[in-house]
Design a protein around this ligand. Structure first.
Ligand SMILES: *Cc1c(COP(=O)(O)O)cnc(C)c1O
Length: 401
C-alpha cells in the first residue's frame, strides 16, 4: 500500500478507537438560540455570540451599506494599500474602549484573534532575548504564537500552573532575561474562569514585565460598558497589551491589539500576519462600528443583563450526581463529564432530544476532563435554560439506570 495512505489510515483508526474523531456539522440557518442543523431544529448552547449580535438586522444592514460605500474587498495588505478610513475609524473606536486602562492607547486591527496572538507574540520576541510566562490553560493560538517566538527568535517559555501565581512568581524570580512577558487569557476559553489580572499586573510591575491579556471572551461581556476584563478590574498600566476579538460578543469577525502607541507601532513594523496578509474587508470594519455602538447602547446593557440573569439561573440549578460544573462567572459554563465516550454519548443524546452542545475532548482540554462546553447568551430565554437543565437530568438518570 501507498505509505501515505497507510500512515493516514492508521492515525484515523487510532483517533476513532480513542473516541477523538472530529466532524464538521452543517448549520442551515443563521446563528441564534434556535438553529436548523442537518434538517433538524435544535436549541443551541454552543456559540460564542454572547450578546446575540451575530444575526442582528442592523449589523446586516451596516455590512451591506459598508460594502456599497467602501467596496467588498480591501485589495491589499494594510501597509501596501489595503488600509482605509473605515479601518482607521474602527481602530480609533476600539482604542477608546481601553483608554481608561492603558496610557497613550492606540490599536491595530488583525484578521483574527489567532493571527493577533501569533503576530504580536512573535513581534515581541523579535525585539531581543525574551522570556514568556504562560498560563497552562492558555488558548491554542497563544501556545502557537509562543512556539513561533521560540523557533524564530529563541524566546524562552515557562508554563505556570493554571492561575497559580506563586508558581509564576517563583519562575519570574529564577529567570535571567531582562525582557519578560506574562501571557494570560482574560477569561479561560474552556473553563470560563476569569484570570486574577490585578495580581498578575502587580507581579508584572514587580518584575518590569509586560502583561499580555487575550480577552477573546471578556470583550463585550465583562465590565460595566462591556469593555472587557481591564474595565472589570479597573486596571491602568502602561505595561498592558490587550487583545480583544470581534467574532465572539462583537458578533462578526476579526480582532484588535490595544496598547501604548509605541507598541502598536512596533506591531505594524514586525507582526508578519499584519504585514503579509490581505487586510480585512472595509465593509466588516464599517459593520463592526455598528456592533460597538450596539455594545455601548442601552440595548447592549440590557443584553448583558439578560446574559448574566441566564448565568445566574444556570448556576442555581445545575446540580448533578455524576457530573460537576466548574465555578464560572462568565457565559462559559463547562459541565465536566470526564470520560470521552460518555461525553460523546451525552452530547449525542442531547441532540436527539433537540439540544445542541458539543463534546469537548482532549487535546483541547486535559485528559480525563472531557466536557460539555455550555455557552449562554443574551437571546436565550429562561425557559430555554430550564429545558437544557431538565434534559441533562433526564439523560443522567438514563445512564444511572
Ligand atoms: C477564540 C479565541 C481566540 C481566537 O480568536 P479568533 O478571532 O476566533 O481567531 C484567541 N484566544 C482565545 C482565548 C479564544 O477563545
Amino acid at each position: 500500500m501507498n505509505p501515505w495512505l497507510e500512515t493516514l489510515q492508521k492515525k484515523n483508526t487510532q483517533l476513532r478507537n480513542d473516541g477523538l474523531i472530529r466532524r464538521l456539522q452543517m448549520r442551515e440557518s443563521p446563528n441564534a438560540p434556535e438553529v436548523q442543523l442537518e434538517g433538524k431544529k435544535l436549541l443551541s448552547f454552543c456559540s460564542n455570540d454572547y450578546l446575540g449580535l451575530s444575526n442582528h438586522p442592523s449589523l446586516a444592514e451596516a455590512l451591506a451599506a459598508g460594502a456599497v460605500q467602501f467596496g467588498v474587498g480591501s485589495g491589499a495588505s494594510p501597509l501596501i494599500s489595503g488600509h482605509t478610513n473605515a479601518h482607521a475609524k474602527l481602530e480609533q473606536a476600539l482604542a477608546q474602549t481601553q483608554n481608561l486602562h492603558i496610557p497613550n492607547v492606540s490599536s491595530c486591527l488583525m484578521s483574527t484573534g489567532f493571527m493577533a496572538n501569533v503576530g504580536a507574540l512573535t513581534a515581541l520576541a523579535s525585539l531581543g532575548q525574551i522570556s514568556f510566562f504562560s498560563d497552562s490553560l492558555n488558548h491554542a493560538s497563544i501556545i502557537d504564537g509562543i512556539r513561533f517566538a521560540k523557533t524564530c527568535h529563541q524566546a524562552t517559555v515557562s508554563i505556570f500552573q493554571h492561575s497559580d501565581y506563586d508558581h509564576l512568581k517563583s519562575l519570574l524570580e529564577l529567570d535571567q532575561n531582562t525582557l519578560k512577558c506574562i501571557v494570560t487569557d482574560g477569561v479561560f476559553s474552556m473553563d470560563g474562569d476569569i484570570a486574577n489580572l490585578p495580581k498578575l499586573l502587580s507581579l508584572a510591575e514587580q518584575y518590569s514585565a509586560l502583561l499580555y491579556v487575550d480577552d477573546a471572551h471578556g470583550f463585550g461581556v465583562l465590565g460595566e460598558n462591556g469593555h472587557g476584563s481591564l474595565e472589570y478590574f479597573g486596571l491602568n498600566s502602561s505595561q498592558l497589551i490587550y487583545m480583544g476579538t470581534l467574532g465572539k460578543a462583537a458578533g462578526i469577525s476579526g480582532a484588535f491589539l490595544a496598547s501604548g502607541n509605541l507598541w502598536i507601532d512596533w506591531f505594524t513594523q514586525a507582526s508578519r500576519p499584519l504585514i503579509y496578509s490581505t487586510n480585512t474587508s472595509p465593509a466588516l470594519s464599517h459593520a463592526l462600528m455598528n456592533s460597538l455602538e450596539l455594545m455601548h447602547s442601552s440595548d447592549g446593557a440590557t443584553r448583558r443583563e439578560k446574559l448574566f440573569n441566564n448565568i445566574h439561573l444556570w448556576h442555581k440549578n445545575a446540580v448533578f450526581k455524576r457530573w460537576h460544573c466548574l465555578q464560572s462567572a462568565t457565559p462559559i459554563q463547562p459541565l465536566i463529564i470526564g470520560d470521552n465516550k460518555e461525553t460523546l454519548f451525552v452530547s449525542g443524546r442531547l441532540k436527539e432530544k433537540g439540544i445542541w452542545v458539543p463534546a469537548i475532548r482532549p487535546p483541547t482540554v486535559p485528559i480525563n476532563s472531557a466536557r460539555l462546553r455550555i455557552t449562554l447568551n443574551a437571546d436565550h430565554t429562561p425557559e430555554m435554560v430550564y429545558q437544557l437543565l431538565h434534559t441533562l437530568k433526564e439523560i443522567e438518570a438514563e445512564i444511572d439506570e
